[in-house]
Each structure stands twice: as C-alpha cells, then as structure tokens.
Design a protein around this ligand. Structure first.
Ligand SMILES: [Zn+2]
Length: 293
C-alpha cells in the first residue's frame, strides 16, 4: 500500500489528529480544542478541519476515520448518542465529513479505535477474538473478531453498563447500578474526595493500599473481566486506560483475582493478558489504521 491515511480521536475536550504513512509511521500529531474544531453550532465543519489538515500534511491521503465517544448506527454512518457532545446526536456525520473533507471518512466508537491502536502498536494478533477493556474516566470495552469489530444488532459493546446487583448509583446512561459507577476514574475521584480529600488523585492507589475500598475495587473489576473472559474466551485480553497506568495500580492483585474468578482449568490457566502501552495518540493511530482497511 502506498498511500497515507488520517486518524481522528474525538473527545469531549480535545480532538487529536494524526497521519499514518505507508510504512506505518504516525506523524503530524495535532491536539486541537474540540469546541473550536467541532463547535456545537456546526459540528460538521470538522470536515473542513480535516480537509485543511490533509492539505497541510502535503501527502496523498486516500481515507480518514474518526473515533466517536458514543453510540453509532449499525452501519456507522449516523451518530445516535454522544453524551459529552450532544450536538452530534442524529447527524449523518460520516457522510457530512466525507463531503467536506474530500476523502472517504469512516466512523467507529472511540474504544474500537483504542483497541485498533493497541493491536498495531503492540503487534497483537489480527486473527481470532481480541477483547479490550479500558478503565479511564469511564469503563469502555471493544471486541475484534479476525481484525474487525464484532457487531451486534445495535453495534453496542458496553461492559461499563453491566448492571450490578444491589447497587443504586444513578448512571450517565439513565439506568442505576451500572459497573462504570464502581470501576472508573470518575468513581476514584469521588472516593478520593470522600475518603482521602488531602491526597492528590495521582497518589490515590498508594494511599488506598491495604484498604477495604481497594479490595472492593479490585474484586469488582476482576468479576467484570472474568465474566467477560468466560463469555468470549479471547485469544488476548488487553487492559488499558488511564486508571491501570496510575502509580501504584495493583496490576498483580487484579491478575491474581482475574485468574481465580475465571473458569478452571481454561481459560484461567492459558489466559493471555497484556497491558496497553497506550499513549495520547493510541486512538488516532487506531483510527488511521481503521481508515486504511
Ligand atoms: Zn449505565
């Protein structure tokens, strides 16, 4: 293949853009304020931002793709629900961006793009079933089968909204008791404010060491992971996001609990777990690879 593609990672606050060269190198990374490049009044003008970015790169670009932090239609052309950028809801965004950017633009959920970025950065297998679980501000998940996102009736893949028994916390999705309310950066922020108000969030795991709260956090995360592993039996489980990258995050304890809770002897004994080497640009990298496919 001798052409470049562009990847965009759309977040509530920032949009990251990057160019993928034919050799698979990521270049020209740009981090732009979302409210400027995708304003609520006319979010589709992001197509012109893409067009100008492609022109500035000075390379032949044949396709682009964008990761969107929300739900898309099954064909990934229409945006259904983006809680952080409601101005996108209902738009035929893929078509609008394609017209304005001058190259075909594909959309996928942003977690799909993260897993795509991890697959290419870490050289993970592109055959069989891959499961990615990302503990960031929220809790996201993605599943690939033979290199493609596994798509159900509504294109959903939402481990974060696994309902937990007996929990009453109201979730951003409108339900109560979703897992995301107990396994996420948002939960840790609230816990810090309540129990460790003098501790900076970056020092929370060292502060929590030995506490009941940490035990419960790991136990809930391991239950969710184990249930999903039992269900899907992945070749590889990728765990990523900002939370596992925090100082003092008890990776070993989580893996131990995960192996304990998955079925024996398989998949417990031969489960392969990798930690995402995710950086700021993983979403844009994954999107650019998605555009190439
Ligand atoms: Zn929910």
């Amino acid at each position: 293949m001798s052409f470049c593609t562009v990847g965009a990672d759309v977040g509530g606050t920032h949009v990251r853009l990057a160019l993928l060269t034919p050799e698979g190198k990521l270049e020209n990374l740009r981090k732009l304020p979302r409210a400027e490049v995708m304003p609520d009044a006319d979010p589709c003008c992001f197509g012109e931002v893409l067009r100008d970015y492609i022109r500035d790169c000075g390379e032949k670009v044949t396709a682009a793709a964008a990761g969107i932090p929300g739900t898309l239609s099954r064909d990934c052309r229409r945006v259904l629900n983006v809680p952080n950028i409601p101005a996108l809801n209902g738009l035929m965004l893929a078509d609008e961006l394609t017209e304005r950017a001058g190259v075909p633009v594909k959309l996928e959920n942003d977690t799909v793009m993260l897993l795509s970025g991890d697959v290419h950065r870490m050289g993970l297998p592109e055959t069989g079933l891959l499961l990615g679980v990302y503990i960031g501000t929220g809790l996201g998940s993605a599943v690939f089968y033979d290199g493609k996102p596994l798509r159900g009736k509504n294109s959903l893949n939402e481990l974060g909204h696994f309902p937990l028994p007996g929990r009453k916390e109201k979730c951003s999705c409108g339900n109560v008791g979703c897992a995301e309310n107990l396994v996420s950066g948002r939960y840790l922020q609230a816990l810090r404010a309540e129990k460790w108000p003098d501790t900076h969030i970056s020092r929370l795991f060292p502060a929590m060491a030995g506490s009941r709260e940490l035990e419960e956090f790991i136990d809930t995360a391991a239950c969710l992971l184990a249930g999903t592993v039992n269900l899907l039996d992945p070749e590889v489980l990728v765990i990523g996001g900002g939370v596992p990258a925090m100082e003092g995050f008890p990776r070993e304890a989580l893996l131990r609990a995960l192996r304990e809770k998955t079925m024996h002897p398989q998949p417990s004994e031969n489960l392969e777990v990798v930690w995402s080497e995710g950086a700021d640009d993983t979403g844009a990298l994954g999107a650019a690879w998605m555009a190439r496919k």
